[in-house]
Design a protein around this ligand. Structure first.
Ligand SMILES: [Zn+2]
Ligand SMILES: [Zn+2]
Length: 301
């Protein structure tokens, strides 16, 4: 799994920073998460092919997470896209996108499947052979969802030496990898457990922005490999979290520790801070495996 941070700063685009957008790369699929202004430029900088994006997830309709989307959809059209696109986002996103594209006479030649979200409980919104995606209800000024990506278990690994000893023919391999027992020519059955090893651990990623600190999300993020969490403020501005419904670096670290995640990525930094190192200084004493989501950063696990 690779996570490309295309942008991670709060509010407005600036000469050196971009608002929120990320691409999660898992088993040859690209998932675009949020689409702030500048996302197209960042995709090109990162050499991430537009044509490989078939799923886009929008957490909420604040501009710093969403204003890059109409432009990207129009570019897909200019590039001659024909493949379907799945778009997940809050209720209203279909109306917003449709009006913008219609007024510009830029209706798409490809089909956009709008999956509008309005539930207040977590729900499974994508379930394929390779991956599942669940919403994580967040606590923000407007309706907002985080997203939990979890790879599906891979097939079992064959113990080739044992398979060869028994002389099991290749026609049975796929079924054995799926968990079936093997049958020898004389009718003898060899149990699957003798022939296979467990598959590698399936990887997971939880995206949680924008949100105030809220431990209701703990069950959803429990023991994920990587948690990205809102860290708009340092402790010196913690009085602002209640009104703005954002979190501090320390709050994000506390959640990461409670949820026993493997690593924490902080993002959505307020533009008032020039030196982001202070975010690590405040969070690492609570949770040591904390990293900064600087624009252009790539995380791999
Ligand atoms: Zn935001
Ligand atoms: Zn917001």
């Amino acid at each position: 799994v690779k996570l490309h941070i295309l942008g991670c700063h709060a509010a407005t685009p600036r000469s050196t920073t971009n608002p929120t957008a990320q691409v999660l790369e898992s088993r040859n699929q690209l998932f675009l998460i949020d689409c702030g202004e500048g996302t197209q430029v960042q995709l090109r900088r990162h050499k991430l092919k537009f044509s490989r994006i078939d799923h886009i997830f929008i957490s909420h309709l604040h501009g710093d997470h969403f204003f890059g989307l109409p432009g990207l959809l129009a570019t897909f059209r200019l590039m001659g896209r024909e493949k379907d696109l799945h778009l997940f986002g809050p209720e209203g996103i279909k109306e917003a996108i449709t009006i913008i594209l219609r007024l510009g006479e830029a209706e798409t030649g490809y089909t956009i499947h709008f999956h509008e979200l309005k539930g207040s409980d977590s729900e499974c919104i994508l379930d394929s052979e390779k991956i599942s995606v669940h919403t994580i209800p967040l606590d923000h000024r407007i309706y907002t969802n985080g997203f939990l990506f979890r790879q599906k278990p891979k097939l079992l690994n064959l113990k080739i030496e044992v398979i060869e000893q028994y002389g099991i023919d290749t026609a049975q391999f796929l079924n054995i990898k799926r968990g079936s027992d093997a049958r020898l020519k004389d009718g003898k059955v060899i149990p699957n457990s003798e022939l296979t090893l467990p598959p590698p651990k399936q990887k997971s990623y939880a995206f949680c922005s924008d949100t105030a600190y809220n431990d209701r999300i703990l069950p959803f993020i429990k023991e994920v490999d990587t948690l990205y969490h809102d860290a708009t403020f340092l402790e010196s501005e913690s009085h602002l979290t209640a009104i703005t419904k954002h979190a501090t670096a320390r709050e994000a670290a506390t959640l990461a520790r409670e949820a026993k995640v493997e690593r924490l990525i902080l993002g959505h930094f307020s533009s008032r801070y020039k030196d982001l190192h202070a975010f690590l200084e405040e969070s690492r004493p609570i949770f040591s495996q904390t990293f900064l989501a600087e624009d252009g950063a790539v995380f791999e696990w």
